[in-house]
Design a protein around this ligand. Structure first.
Ligand SMILES: O=C([O-])CC(=O)C(=O)O
Length: 287
């Protein structure tokens, strides 16, 4: 096992209250405490947070500019202080050119506190099942238009947010670009969580022979939006490596990316595609 193929992954499943500053300070203290327990080597440390990690899905009042807002500065600061990478879940971003336009945005930070990438959720979650669930993300949020790939040590990471995981062509695009890890900060409600959470994380890992992580907030019935919990990591064979419960929990794992290379050689499904018979898209992602 070569250390150049390794990544130390830390997924933070935490509660989200109504007070943004409290959420951020709690998350920062969890990051500091968890990273302090790590034995530091040359292996990069990547921390991943949930979708809407700093607020509930009340978009307007919590929206911020990126990278000049309060949350960006907090994430950048702690990444620099600890010399780690952070995939900063998501939070509502206010467009700098057009402040009425809001996005559901994931920011990615490097160990110098630098912004490595920004991803705006492409597929917005609208659902109407009478008597069960009613939610319309597209009422408040504008969809993004770009894919985002970041390279961290041996990991070539395709970023999506929550409902994006349900779109196979989306993840296929990242596979076409050579990604070996798909990361989806998420906030599934209980209804789709029960139906789809584990299925989609395993399906994406199986289809694309890559690691997959989906990170949720805790399940809290005192909130108006109740998240599924069950933060999960799957390996390139499609097996669940670790799954959290519903309370606050931190998952720590060492990912070995030589496993992806080996499995793709042993079962070369990507090379076996019948591109003569069906169309294979390959759009080049941009930041
Ligand atoms: O449940 C789903 O399929 C997706 C979802 O909650 C979201 O994107 O917010």
């Amino acid at each position: 096992m070569s250390s150049s193929k390794m990544l130390r992954l830390i997924l933070i499943q935490h509660p989200v209250s109504d007070v943004k500053e409290d959420n951020i300070s709690h998350v920062l203290s969890l990051i500091r405490k968890t990273v302090a327990e790590e034995k530091r080597t040359s292996v990069p440390i990547l921390v991943v947070l949930p979708e809407f990690f700093n607020c509930h899905k009340f978009f307007e009042k919590d929206a911020e500019y990126v990278p000049d807002g309060y949350t960006s500065k907090a994430l950048s600061g702690v990444a620099k202080e600890l010399g780690i990478y952070i995939i900063g879940g998501s939070y509502p971003e206010r467009d700098a050119q057009n402040p009425k336009t809001l996005y559901n945005t994931c920011t990615i930070w490097g160990p110098k506190g630098e912004l490595l990438g920004k991803y705006r959720k492409l597929h917005l979650f609208d659902i109407e099942v009478p008597g069960k669930i009613s939610f319309k993300e597209s009422a408040d949020i504008t969809p993004g238009n770009n894919f985002t790939i970041v390279e961290i040590g041996p990991a070539k990471i395709g970023i999506g947010i929550c409902f994006d995981v349900t779109h196979d062509e989306f993840s296929r695009t990242y596979r076409n670009e050579g990604c070996n890890f798909l990361v989806y900060p998420s906030a599934f409600p209980l209804y789709t969580g029960e139906l789809h959470w584990e299925v989609y994380s395993r399906a994406r890992a199986t289809d694309f022979q890559c690691y997959v992580a989906m990170v949720s907030a805790t399940r809290d019935f005192s909130n108006s939006f109740v998240s599924w919990g069950h933060t999960i990591v799957c390996d390139p064979y499609g097996q669940v490596m670790k799954e959290a419960g519903e309370e606050e929990e931190i998952i720590k794992l060492d990912l070995d990316f030589s496993v992806v290379d080996l499995w793709r050689e042993q079962l070369p499904k990507f090379r076996k595609r019948r591109t003569d018979l069906y169309e294979c898209i390959a759009k080049v992602p941009t930041k």
